[in-house]
Design a protein around this ligand. Structure first.
Ligand code: LLP
Length: 438
């Protein structure tokens, strides 16, 4: 396992991760040891170059194959204004799912016409804010939303540009908890049930809605490209049928996000260019007289690899003949994914190369729950209090899903670039947590 360090640095950690002469991990030119000293731990480190490269993995592939396209970063994976500024400067827009995410986009100066508002139960005040701020598209996720959005737009004297979210019934091979495209889903308008057609008919009649196109999202951490081609074909078949039946003019087509990433060396995700190719070749093969604009919504595959979680080792507990628990100063509150999805991660000792033969140990969190384990039975050099542990592929769905369980504030976040680190989200203090009580 230790001999896999080279492969982990090469394939799972951010693009430019090395060790300095003292053995400390260096990410984007910044030493993990110095970052820990300056910003404390747990610390989330995002590498700007890796983030930009991930954005370009999509934008370049689209520029070649299908220039009439927009990549919408799915902000649920993680947002802060600095990160969004980087994504915006790469030409990306954003998929937002709450007024809070819309407001971060606004704070980042991301042009709001490049934002799409999603959600299976958007609050009327969130829809109204989207109309007020000029959010580019609102996605109708349920029949009831047609009247709600139409009425809110009428009150403002506006026309809302909407997409209709279909439930195409495509099965993406991924964890059940995060599958959203199957027929049995709280998301979207079913094709078989007739809800999708009824939505087209009703939305086309709504005086304050302009139906710009169709959306479908089939799941997350997807490792195959065929489900994307299937989704595009199903959606385009439906669009053709709706054009004949109701006069739908398909100007936008969104096959969602979901591209998988490598958390450990066992994962073999597709290249974003392969996902783009599956989508664009399927659309182009239809030889449509007016091909729609493509909207693609990657979240995880934009930010996961750019992010590393850095923890400090505390208590080490040997249970002879059973197991060694090494507890770090973070855990399930900043990374709920192992507890929620049984997700597997890798880890490296980050402040030194280690001495002594590697040991099998279990990396536990600090939270008061036995299930708070980040890595079970992993192999690392013998660890001692104060050592730093780096967990790669930590950029997506960690900080965005983080809680303040046990009244522990959430970690700080920094972005590193050319050896410089800037704080992009400060650590929550006890005072921050206490401030909510009247
Ligand atoms: N578009 C829509 C409509 C979505 O629902 C999602 C994710 C995305 C785009 C972005 O998917 P991505 O490219 O990030 O896979 N918390 C789970 C993932 C939940 C994904 C929910 N929807 C996890 O940690 O694995």
């Amino acid at each position: 396992m230790i001999s896999s360090e080279h492969d982990l640095l090469d394939q799972v950690f951010p693009l430019d991760t090395t060790r300095d002469d003292a053995g400390a991990l260096v990410i984007g030119g910044a030493s993990c040891e110095e970052l820990a000293r300056e910003f404390g731990t747990p610390l989330y480190i995002y590498d700007e170059a890796t983030l930009r490269a991930a954005c370009r993995g999509y934008t370049r592939a689209l520029a070649d194959a299908y220039p009439n396209a927009l990549v919408l970063y799915a902000g649920k994976a993680y947002v802060d204004p600095t990160l969004l500024q980087v994504a915006a400067s790469e030409g990306l827009g954003m998929d937002a799912v709450s007024s809070g995410e819309v407001r971060v986009a606004q704070a980042a100066g991301l042009p709001l016409e490049r934002v799409v508002l999603h959600g299976n139960n958007k609050l009327p005040r969130e829809i109204d804010l989207a109309l007020e701020l000029g959010v580019g598209r609102i996605v109708v996720d349920a029949l009831e939303e047609i009247e709600i959005i139409d009425e809110l737009a009428r009150r403002r004297g506006q026309t809302a540009q909407v997409l209709l979210r279909l439930t195409p019934g495509v099965e993406a091979h991924t964890h059940d908890y995060i599958r959203t495209g199957a027929v049995d889903s709280k998301f979207g308008l079913g094709l078989d049930s007739g809800a999708a057609e009824e939505a087209v008919a009703r939305a086309m009649r709504a005086p304050n809605l302009d139906v710009m196109g169709l959306h479908a999202h089939i799941g997350s951490q997807i490792f195959d490209t065929e489900p994307y081609a299937d989704t595009v074909n199903i959606t385009l078949d439906f669009a053709e049928h709706m054009r004949a039946a109701h006069g739908l003019d398909l100007r936008d087509l969104s096959p969602g996000g979901g591209g998988g990433v490598r958390y450990t060396l066992d994962d073999d995700p597709p290249d974003p260019a392969d996902i783009v190719a599956a989508i664009t070749s399927t659309v182009l093969a239809r030889k449509l007289p007016h091909p729609p604009r493509l909207l693609i919504e990657p979240g995880r595959s934009i930010v996961a690899r750019a992010g590393v979680a850095l923890y400090a080792v505390g208590t080490v507990k040997h249970i002879p003949g059973v197991r060694t628990y090494v507890s770090v100063d973070g855990g399930m509150a900043d990374n709920p994914r192992p507890a929620l999805y049984q997700s597997k991660y890798a880890a490296l000792l980050a402040n030194r190369t280690g001495d002594g033969p590697p040991e099998t140990l279990t990396l536990a969190g600090r939270y008061c729950e036995s299930g708070d384990v980040l890595l079970r039975d992993t192999v690392l050099p013998p660890l001692r209090r104060g050592d730093l542990i780096a967990v790669p592929a930590a950029g997506a769905y960690h900080m965005s899903m983080a809680s303040t369980y046990n009244m522990v504030g959430r970690p700080a976040v920094v972005m590193v670039s050319d050896g410089q680190a800037r704080l992009t989200r400060r650590r929550e203090s006890d005072e921050d947590l206490l401030a909510v009580f009247p």
